[in-house]
Design a protein around this ligand. Sequence first.
Ligand code: FO1
Length: 337
Amino acid sequence: MRITVLAGGIGGARFLRGLKALLASEHSGSSITVIGNTGDDIWVHGLRVCPDLDTVMYTLGGGISDERGWGREGETFTVKDELASYGVEPGWFGLGDKDIATHLVRTQSLAAGYTLTDVTTALCDHWQPGVRLLPMSDDRAETHVIVERPDDGSAPDGTPLRSAIHFQEWWIRYRAALPTHGFTVIGIDTARPGPDVIKAISTADVVLLPPSNPVVSIGTILQVPGIAAAVRATHAPVVGVSPIVGGAPVRGMADACLAAIGVETSAFAVAEHYGARSSGGLIDAWLVDSSDADCVEDVNRLGIDCRAVPAMMTDVDATARLAAECLAAAETWRARP
Ligand code: FO1
């Protein structure tokens, strides 16, 4: 079975760890292709950092800091502290010493003319994540956030002025706690899907949207011209997992992202946001946590086959069971009359 997963950072990576465990135990001969979000990517001190790609690679390759969910286990920040002593910005970005090696390899390879896909393949040769990790695009497409910063001041009529800041600054420095008016992915209009991305979607047996951030992770991947159309057109069932449980994100700040685009923070609202493929949207089935069972009928009425299951990824076994529910939902959809 060929499974293609559109994934962002921590939530997507944790889901993949369970999916991998499930396939190893019950679906030998299956393969996973991950289409990774690169909208979070950032130049820091001249290094190209790809947070979501690295989070998937480290999580599945055994190098992740489980405590943080990003960066390396046993990490130190000596270089970051030295840079801070020079007063070099950005001081707010947590650049780990071990992590720098990954960014140096990536930056040097990009400078030598290799594509981000080539570089990611080479890094994964080292980390052996057990999945094929494809950047959504080899072209630069960086998420920026339209905010009101404290020192931005106001126009003569008193209207607060707005600025666009890099997603990482919004996420890390400001913890998404500024008045936020939306997102813009700089370069997205001319970004092309990475090689094999469209093929991975159109030839998949199952396409999964794991509980990653539906706005700035999965949403960004779907903004790459051609990718959403490929999801709509694939013969594979498309199954999503709600990242919102009981009206709140399980981790991260998807609620701030959803609010910024005018979508309610609920399992139902995110399903509605993705839309039923039968009416031009993206998903066929939607898994919500058991605590949100009261929305199942409403989601079904959207034309999306909804089921309430234990969706908290508390450990690998629980996540493997969630992944099994995704595959069951896919088979139910495939078998429909
Ligand atoms: N997240 C933080 O909250 N603080 C950090 O200092 C930080 C540094 C960082 C460095 C490398 C990396 O791959 C990820 C890092 N993250 C950090 C996480 C990152 O901001 C988010 O995981 C994604 O961009 C959103 O999914």
